[in-house]
Design a protein around this ligand. Structure first.
Ligand SMILES: [Zn+2]
Length: 412
């Protein structure tokens, strides 16, 4: 099934299908997009008429993973010599396609795309050019596929299983895999309930979902890898973790987006030194285009595939037998049109006096443990002198990572 999904950029985020196409193989051409393009065009030109009022509609962005993006834009795949959708650098074949430049490459623009100035990048025309959309900037790099399922999983795989033809110096031992796994499982009790999943063993890495890789990248990785991973590899991972942490937070993006970009440039260049030139595959290279998207959209979660991926799981559950799956999905969607589809989208950010939802950081940087809660007030213990977890590549307090002592300042 090839669904085109839409989300309205309001809180809570509501995802719904626009078109559903079914076939035994991937679509042979782009006709499956035409209905959606016609409808989007009408909406952009005439607005949405509802209850006698007309509401203007804007198209924010079109989110796809890399293979789908190449398909709908009718371009070469990321594994081709001119496969990067955001810059014109020619890849270098090294058993796999790699992109070795980290700086100074020519960035694609809406004009260069529509004029097909670099012909080698294009396979043909796409109906999407009929829309008033920036054919490069409004197709953001999706960090869910490329940073979480892409780069984070690649690093974990190199550390735990090594890479064909590469030295084993960047691997950790089986015993160390078990130590990291035990640390992850120990952290389960500390993961607040706003997270969809608790950490699980590295032995189940093949089954880790994008959200688990995100949690490892942004939160748990820096704790469980400390003292296990070779120090230079650990520090290299921290640059990636800090950069993504910045790009996920709107206020940090507004202050530190250039710094995050520099960290990602360092991450890619140093990655070549540590893991060899073949490390610089498209997913790793695309990290160089991530900061500009975070800047354009406010933060990476504003232009990611996470809400759509969650809806895909729902869509799968709507099919209960192999007979006429499309009919089944449409029936289920009709049944759910009373608004129940909104459920489970808003996961509580509830603070409570019970672990694991009892630790908070105040805006002034104070770290607190909630010990009692009334309707409007929290009774908290304040941790004394929280110190940064690390100082390189920057003081970790910037991204809200502290080490706290279990000493409290009287009864507050
Ligand atoms: Zn590029």
């Amino acid at each position: 099934m090839w669904p085109v999904l839409c989300s309205i950029h309001l809180e809570p985020v509501i995802v719904f299908p626009v078109t559903l196409t079914l076939g035994s193989q991937r679509p042979l051409d782009l006709t499956f997009l035409e209905d959606a393009v016609t409808e989007i065009k009408q909406l952009l030109e005439s607005g949405l008429k509802f209850d006698g009022r007309i509401t203007g509609v804007k198209l924010r962005c079109i989110v796809c993973d890399a293979p789908a993006k190449a398909m709908v834009k009718n371009t070469k795949l990321f594994s081709a010599y001119y496969g990067c959708d955001r810059c014109e650098q020619k890849g270098i074949w090294d058993g796999r396609m790699t992109y070795q430049e980290v700086d100074g490459f020519k960035v694609r623009t809406d004009h260069s795309f529509r004029a097909q100035t670099q012909q080698e990048h294009h396979n043909g025309r796409t109906p999407l050019t009929e829309l008033p959309v920036d054919m490069t900037g409004q197709f953001p790099i999706d960090y869910m596929h490329q940073a979480c399922l892409g780069v984070m999983k690649k690093l974990l795989t190199i550390w735990t299983r090594g890479e064909r033809g590469r030295s084993r110096q960047t691997m950790i031992s089986i015993g160390q895999v078990d130590v990291v796994s035990a640390r992850l499982i120990d952290l389960q009790k500390c993961i607040p309930s706003c997270f969809a999943r608790k950490p699980r063993s590295l032995r189940q890495l093949e089954r880790w979902k994008a959200t688990e890789l995100r949690q490892f990248l942004v939160y748990t990785g820096k704790l469980v890898l400390s003292g296990i991973l070779r120090q230079d590899l650990y520090e290299h991972f921290l640059t990636f973790s800090v950069a993504i942490s910045i790009l996920l937070c709107p206020s940090l993006v507004s202050q530190h987006v250039s710094y995050a970009h520099k960290l990602l440039q360092y991450f890619v260049a140093k990655g070549r030194e540590l893991y060899g030139p073949t490390f610089l595959v498209y997913n790793v290279h695309s990290m160089l285009h991530l900061a500009s998207d975070a800047k354009n959209y406010g933060c990476l979660d504003e232009c990611s595939a996470f809400p759509f991926e969650n809806y895909m799981q729902k869509l799968k559950r709507m099919v209960r037998s192999g007979k006429s799956p499309l009919v089944q999905v449409v029936k289920r969607i009709r049944e759910n049109q009373d608004g129940t589809t909104l459920q489970s989208i808003q996961r509580g950010n509830a603070i409570s006096s019970k672990q694991p939802d009892n630790c908070i950081i105040l805006e002034d940087g104070k770290c607190c443990e909630v010990i009692d809660k009334t309707e409007n007030d929290y009774l908290c213990r304040v941790f004394l002198q929280p110190s940064p977890l690390f100082m390189e590549p920057c003081e970790s307090s910037i991204i809200g990572a502290y080490v706290c002592q279990r000493l409290f300042r009287g009864k507050e």
